[in-house]
Design a protein around this ligand. Structure first.
Ligand code: SP5
Ligand code: ZN
Length: 353
């Protein structure tokens, strides 16, 4: 299997985030990519390939994200430094446009004109600081995803996008949960455009990250050509999305499927729910499958609370293979550096063998 990479994915390196009121070391680090790459290379099972630098990433990102959001991400850090921000520092929001203070007022749906206002408007938590290198890595991450998608559309061969920052929490106009561009959504739109019949090119997105992919759900919520299936922790971050009742809207009704699971979920129960999700995808019969691949479901993950073992990842790979679809795997979360490489490799090997 081909594995796509781009060294610019490792430039974004914020020193800290704020969780539970505490300044903590940033969980989503470049070492995550390094550990996975070390586990995949060396014995010829996986072929590492550089992403194509000539891809116009912004043009593809515009199929998913609003132009004002993209322009904000590109320009925010420079504007902040012009206002006196530390060139070595991180731009964080200080307020958010909570609907309870904005929704009754006429101007409240317009992007604020101040940089501080925009920084809260385009973000929903304190895990997406913007540094000098952030946008370079955001582009690189989507480029890796697009390069792997292109491999899939040209050869029909399944591929893995080994990229960061991750994407599934990023919505049309909002960053959060370490995510800025929604790499999976950008790949899905690309695959539809490349296919001979874009309106009938069904795509299934299977999200097995520990957290609900609120961004991916939002982007395709009214879209009947993309079915979104997510297994995630019921009572954990991002807290406001991911219930079973969220089934899609308008033409997209019935094409969004959430499987919220309890804290402490173990291998057997997880695979049982995964088989239900896979059944939904089988009935949808997509042209392509995209997997939001997070291994923060592992028992020793520092921010997840499921209890999956490494053996379970082999089973997950095998269950996904049962769909017999050209499959694009895109990295999302997984924060235990000692096991992330082994777990990703075990899942991909379960899929190919
Ligand atoms: C892509 C991805 O996996 N993003 C996850 C972002 C999660 N951010 C909030 C984490 C909340 C952690 N709660 C602390 C529990 C410590 N035991
Ligand atoms: Zn996650």
């Amino acid at each position: 299997m081909k594995v796509f990479v781009d060294e610019e994915c490792s430039l974004h390196r914020p020193p800290y985030e704020i969780l539970s009121g505490k300044i903590v070391a940033y969980h989503e680090t470049p070492d995550r990519l390094l550990q996975i790459r070390l586990a995949l290379e060396g014995d010829g099972v996986f072929q590492i390939e550089d992403a194509d630098r000539s891809i116009d990433v912004q043009r593809h990102a515009l199929q998913v994200h609003s132009v004002d959001y993209i322009e904000y991400l590109e320009s925010a850090f420079g504007l902040w430094v012009e206002e006196g921000g530390d060139p070595e520092g991180s731009l964080f929001p200080e307020t958010f446009p909570n609907a309870k203070i904005t929704q009754r007022f006429a101007t409240a749906n317009l992007a604020p004109r101040s940089l501080a206002g925009k920084t809260g408007y385009y973000c929903f938590d304190l895990s997406c600081p913007i540094t000098a290198d952030t946008y370079t890595s955001v582009l690189a991450s989507a480029r890796v995803s697009l390069s792997a998608a292109r491999e899939l559309s040209r050869s029909g061969e399944s591929a893995f996008a080994l990229s960061r920052p991750p994407g599934h929490h990023a919505g049309t106009s909002v960053a959060g949960g370490y995510c800025f561009f929604n790499n999976v959504a950008i790949a899905a739109k690309y695959l539809q455009q490349e296919s001979e019949c874009s309106t009938c090119c069904g795509i299934a997105i299977l999200d097995i990250d520990y957290h609900h992919g609120n961004g991916t759900q939002e982007i395709f919520y009214s879209d009947s050509s993309v079915t979104y299936v997510s297994l995630h922790a019921e009572l954990d971050y991002p807290y406001f999305t991911g219930s079973r009742e969220e089934r899609g809207d308008g033409p997209g009704e019935g094409f969004n499927h959430n499987f919220p699971l309890p804290f402490g979920t173990e291998d057997g129960a997880y695979c049982g729910e995964l088989r239900k999700g896979v059944k939904v995808i089988k009935e949808f019969d997509p042209a392509y499958l995209i997997v939001s691949l997070g291994v923060d479901t592992f028992e020793s993950d520092p921010i997840g609370a499921f209890k999956l073992t490494t053996a379970c990842y082999a089973e997950i790979g095998c269950i996904i293979r049962g769909l017999s679809k050209p499959t694009l795997f895109v990295l999302e979360g997984g924060y235990d550096l000692d096991t992330i490489g082994k777990n990703v490799r075990t899942l991909l090997e379960g899929f190919i063998t």
